[in-house]
Design a binder for this molecule. Structure first.
Ligand code: BES
Ligand code: ZN
Ligand code: ZN
Length: 503
């Protein structure tokens, strides 16, 4: 899809259908709508009065212009409540509107930069929101469907603005929005792949593809090297699978010095059967998404590379498959992580924290990153606590946490900070090892996070439990059913923010 801003207005545009936004609660047409209403002899006023046009987000009304305007059709698209229209509001409207117009088989969208929008958001933010919302909202994953789609694809979106400076600013935003949305869609593609097509080896190949495209450095540690480094926890998880583990390290260098400013660590369990502590069959297929954290860090670094901030970022994924079998690790086993700590395995289904134990130890002792953020579909308890609205976040460093919260808010990917009170530590004490990998049912997301904190050293660290937000149950706003790509855009925003702060 091609998306750009051009100079134009309601009388000077070459299109089949012109799209104009209308806010919810509009009684009488004003501004652009008023001008159009005049030419169309009051039809917009009538439709507003009758309540046909309500202005709700995602609503589209198509009016025949009967030769009175240079284009055959006028689309009045609902834009929601005007005072709620920040960047996220426009992103949502863009997603809903783009999908509604695709359902009507409209192939190219020309829309007017709303007069009122500029009061709430800058042209840059509007352009970015339109690009992100449309590109993410129109996402499909059809590679395994042999039948053709029922509707045509939208090929072009043009935002029309009256002045050159506005066009330039809109285009600047569009460019950034495209990179963010394409990165999110890349993460979605990886997560939507079935686990027979997205194995640890495929994740490593995907990383190699990103490295090749953007000139990044890639290192993949094989099982033997992981063994040499003492990654007994991640290896324990992977030993039941015929698919060998891959420890993926993908680096972006945006400034001269060699230190790593930010390490992005993603859980990369390409399928989580639960292992010997096997999961119930119902919905087990959803566990192909247990590498969503890993997908998000790889996709984020591809976006970061394109935006080229002055910061050094590294993505780390201990990619494994968690299977039962004759070689599988078992409840009661004791494994040793790379930092030397021993762990009694109570449940082989609490495998994410074991893989992250070694990934975080590696980042602490080998990479020595200044800041560390890990992202994991870690616990069902997180879904019970916060549902599908926000991720749970944890940190040992409030200023860094604050930056992550802002980066997430800018992306419209909400997160909520949870406590890590010392008292919870009691729950995962073991009689025979340094700790257990399970802290019982109460506060399950918290004890999992505190378990991770045992491996991140003293570095400023944030953990995001994304178990409730990595997938969407239906098409809504700019999300589509399936993988959401969360928190890819948060991670890109974070790198941009940190780079801006360092300048
Ligand atoms: N991958 C799951 C967590 C999960 C559950 C993600 C549901 C998305 C939706 C994780 O590996 C897991 O199985 N966690 C266990 C931990 C328990 C055994 C302490 C859980 O949450 O039940
Ligand atoms: Zn599990
Ligand atoms: Zn898991």
């Amino acid at each position: 899809m091609n998306i750009k801003a051009s100079k134009g207005d309601i009388n000077n545009v070459d299109t089949e259908a012109l799209t104009v936004f209308c806010f919810e609660g509009t009684r009488k047409p004003a501004g652009t709508l008023q001008a159009l209403d005049g030419v169309l002899e009051g039809v917009i006023s009538v439709l507003l009065k009758k309540g046909v046009i309500k202005g709700k987000s995602g609503e589209v009304n198509i009016i025949d212009t009967l030769g009175r305007l240079p284009y055959p059709q006028l689309v009045i698209a609902g834009a929601g409540k005007q005072k709620e229209m920040d960047a996220e509001g426009w992103r949502r409207v863009a997603g809903e509107t783009a999908r509604a117009l695709r359902r009507r088989n409209i192939e190219s969208i020309s829309l007017i930069f709303p007069d009122a929008a500029s009061k709430e958001v800058s042209p840059e933010d509007f352009g970015q929101a339109m690009a992100e919302g449309a590109v993410m909202g129109l996402y499909t994953f059809r590679k395994y469907l042999t039948a053709k789609a029922d509707s045509r694809e939208i090929k072009a979106v043009t935002i029309l603005a009256p002045t050159r400076p506005e066009v330039i600013r809109l285009n600047r935003g569009i460019k950034k929005g495209l990179i963010l949305a394409q990165a999110a869609n890349m993460a979605r593609d990886m997560v939507n792949e079935p686990s027979n097509a997205m194995t640890p080896a495929t994740m490593a190949e995907t990383a190699a593809g990103i490295a090749g495209r953007y000139g990044l450095e890639l290192k993949v540690l094989e099982k033997e090297e992981m063994h040499k480094l003492g990654m007994g926890a991640a290896l324990g998880v992977s030993q039941g699978s015929a698919n060998p583990p891959k420890f993926i390290i993908l680096s972006y260098q945006g400034r001269r010095s060699t230190g790593v400013d930010l390490a992005l660590v993603g859980k990369g369990v390409t399928f989580d059967t639960g292992g010997i502590s096997i999961k119930p069959a119902d919905k087990m297929e959803e566990m192909k998404a247990d590498m969503a954290g890993g997908a998000s860090v790889l996709a984020a670094i591809s976006g970061i590379a394109q935006l080229a901030p002055e910061i050094n970022v590294m993505a780390v994924v201990a990619a494994v498959e968690n299977m039962p079998g004759g070689r599988a690790y078992k409840p009661g086993d004791v494994v040793k992580a790379m930092n030397g700590k021993t762990i009694e395995v109570i449940s082989t289904d609490a495998e994410g924290r074991l893989t992250l134990a070694d990934a975080l130890s590696y980042v602490d002792s080998v990479i020595k990153a200044e800041h560390v953020i890990d992202i994991a579909t870690l616990t069902g308890a997180c879904v019970i606590a916060l549902g599908h609205v926000c991720s749970a976040s944890y940190s040992n460093n409030q200023p860094f946490m604050g930056q992550v919260v802002k980066a997430a808010a800018d992306a419209g990917e909400k997160t909520w900070q949870m406590p890590m009170f010392e008292e919870y530590r009691e729950q995962y004490k073991s009689d025979i090892a340094d700790m257990k990998n399970v802290g019982g049912r109460p506060a399950g997301s918290i004890t999992a996070a505190m378990f991770l904190s045992e491996f991140s050293g003293d570095r400023p660290w944030v953990h995001l439990d994304i178990a409730g937000v990595d997938g969407a149950e239906k098409d809504q706003r700019y999300q589509v059913k399936g993988a959401t790509g969360i928190p890819t855009r948060t991670l890109i925003n974070l790198a941009l923010r940190m780079a801006a702060k360092n300048r």
